[in-house]
Write a protein that binds this ligand. Structure first.
Ligand SMILES: [Fe+2]
Length: 323
């Protein structure tokens, strides 16, 4: 067994609570920054150095970053090469190693989604494959008890935004709609009415199911560029973007602003410096790579509507660039 555990748990008794045996590996993941393809490749090398056979399971215990790294490690172990080779849609050819997800932060839906988001040397993009789904997950709301308030909110909003993008998209079907509707109700309950961590954990799961059956949308397509350029975590990047998407998701952006207010959250405005032209063009390139989310959000002719100039204007607004 290979346990990949969020470094947050270094200061806890997590190690003692797990049934670790002598030949198992117990690895911490530093989640200060979002996971990279290099980190995944390092873990794969370490596992191959430790054992000649495929491990019985890769077990990820932590937030979305840990979920994503565990899934990616399982994929690369059996497919070879580097994690970078699989960033994109359906590029994984062989089944991954058996993998188990145990989320300790709720909202990303990574415990149930096909997506394994990684930052490479040139881009941030998901490994998006049927083979990146976990074989098994354990949902225990007690593990959310120690999540800091801000992180709980930003990651919870990732779930809210998944549902908004799924339910507003052109790929919507009855599965996706049913999951999104229920998860949105749970999010309202959690962030407007004092709902529990169990509510949030189920919302995250259902929001993840909703996008498995459809896709994300404009917010995710833009937030990857923000995360890449400013090293902002996914949940916060989504919030910074979503706050400016009244044109695309008007009623939900209004609701989001009510949630911000009710939870006493002020989005940080100090994160952005001036964006040079090369960085801006790179961010736009990354957004345009998100073809499926943009197709879902804007329809088959999205390229005529969502041009480089439109994306540049949105990024300028989001990052408060001087005119
Ligand atoms: Fe997300």
């Amino acid at each position: 067994m290979v346990f990949i555990v969020d470094h947050f748990f270094m200061a806890t008794d997590m190690y003692k609570r797990l049934p670790i045996e002598s030949n198992d590996m117990y690895l911490y993941l530093d989640t200060t920054n979002e996971p990279t393809t290099a980190v995944v490749d390092d873990y794969v090398r370490a596992i191959i150095a430790h054992t000649t056979s495929v491990p019985g399971a890769i077990i990820g215990i932590g937030g979305g970053s840990v979920m994503d790294v565990a899934k990616a490690v399982a994929v690369v172990l059996t497919n070879g090469g580097s994690a970078q080779d699989y960033q994109g849609w359906n590029l994984v050819k062989s089944p991954a190693a058996y993998k188990i997800g145990i989320p300790t932060i709720a909202g990303t839906g990574s415990e149930v989604s096909r997506t394994t988001v990684l930052t490479g040397t040139h881009k941030k993009q998901g490994i998006n494959s049927d083979y990146s789904l976990f074989n098994q997950i354990v949902l225990d709301p007690e593990l959310l008890a120690t999540v800091p308030t801000l992180q709980r909110f930003y990651t919870g909003m990732d779930c809210y935004i998944h549902c908004v993008e799924a339910i507003s998209g052109t790929f919507l079907n009855e599965f996706s709609k049913a999951f999104a509707q229920q998860a949105l109700k749970l999010c309202d309950n959690v962030f407007l009415d004092g709902g529990s961590n169990a509510d949030l954990m189920v919302a995250s799961y259902m929001g993840g199911c909703s996008i498995v059956y459809s896709e994300v949308g404009v917010c995710h397509a833009l937030s990857y560029g923000i995360s890449y350029a400013f090293k902002v975590h996914h949940g916060l990047a989504n919030c910074l973007v979503f706050n400016h998407l009244d044109e695309y998701y008007p009623e939900y952006v209004s609701q989001f602003k009510v949630m911000l207010k009710q939870n006493n959250i002020t989005l940080p405005s100090h994160l952005f410096g001036t964006i040079d032209d090369a960085t801006m063009e790179k961010m736009i390139d990354m957004t345009l790579l998100m073809e499926k989310p943009l197709h879902n959000a804007l329809g088959a002719n999205w390229k005529t509507e969502f041009t480089r100039d439109v994306i540049r204007l949105l990024y300028n607004k989001i990052t408060e660039q001087p005119l």
